[in-house]
Design a protein around this ligand. Sequence first.
Ligand code: MG
Length: 367
Amino acid sequence: MKISEIRVFQVDLPLVEGRYSWSEGKYVEVFDSTVVELVTDDGLSGYGEVCPLGPFYLPAFGPGARAGIAELSGSLIGQDPTAIGPINQLMDRALLGHPYVKSAIDMACWDLLGKVCGKSVCDLFGGKFGESVVLYRAISQRPAGEMAENIAGHRADGYTKFQLKVGGDPADDVERIHAAADVLTDGEILVADANTGWRVDDAIRVVNAVRDRDVYIEQPCRSYEHCVTVRRKTSLPFILDENITGIEALMRGHGDGAMDVINLKISKVGGLTKARQIRDLCVTLNLPMTIEDSWGGDIITAAIAHLAHSTPESLRFSATDFNSYVTVRNATGAPQRVAGQMQASGEPGLGIKPDMDVLGKPIAVFN
Ligand code: MG
């Protein structure tokens, strides 16, 4: 089997609640998603998606994904997409860095491998643990009272884990965390995610002011060293996300005792292949994970479900159903949230069928 053609689609994904806001005044209203279709010489197609959280969350942006895929296309045409190890090595040799670009291609290769084998990606990743995957809901940054009210709305949809977007003014953030903690019920989990938005002194003030609340602190500062400084000064459980860019970062953090949980995003680390390596290492290290991506539509939600559902439940801190945050469906067959949980499809590959009316004409075709 060889890749004979690569088709690239661009899809806008507007947010259901209008605007998603997080640290330092950043926000996105319409997500710029890229879908890639790998067409093979025997007529099969595999699909992948990459959707950065705007151009200023990670070093990634929508047009960059498309430019990167164009750059890699010449190396990929004629290659066997089911030989996922060699495909990843080839991409890493042809283009240094740019993990998010490679993520959509790697995802499409797994979709194809599953279709060839008649197995779901979840089964290829070792099989399902449990009936379903428990999801968290991100609570967009708003005034404290509104964020606490929004928790109640999402609780009604079955969510039991809530991630507050903080990383703003420290006094406002203290108010946000207290307001949210006040409305939590038994068994619910609260995370305060600063998304690198605090200075060390801000972060220390916040963790001191909420030290008696049951809350996880996520990625307070931009640099790893600053996060470790904050970690040393708090007894609150601690999550690293933006700094966990790959296995070396994970090993360093583990050796330093820098975190209790990591946030594993598929495109941040370069695709499902590398995310699975990190997942498996975390299982060995007994380190819990939130399994997700930077953002996405139905195709990315399906990929998250396969990776998350094949992860032992005891180490699955949470996962994300991005397709419920946006108003556009770019594929059918993707997991749909039921009572705050989702399941990986048992269909071959990712188990999705792209909606070609929504994808429209490809913006680029390489062959
Ligand atoms: Mg985070």
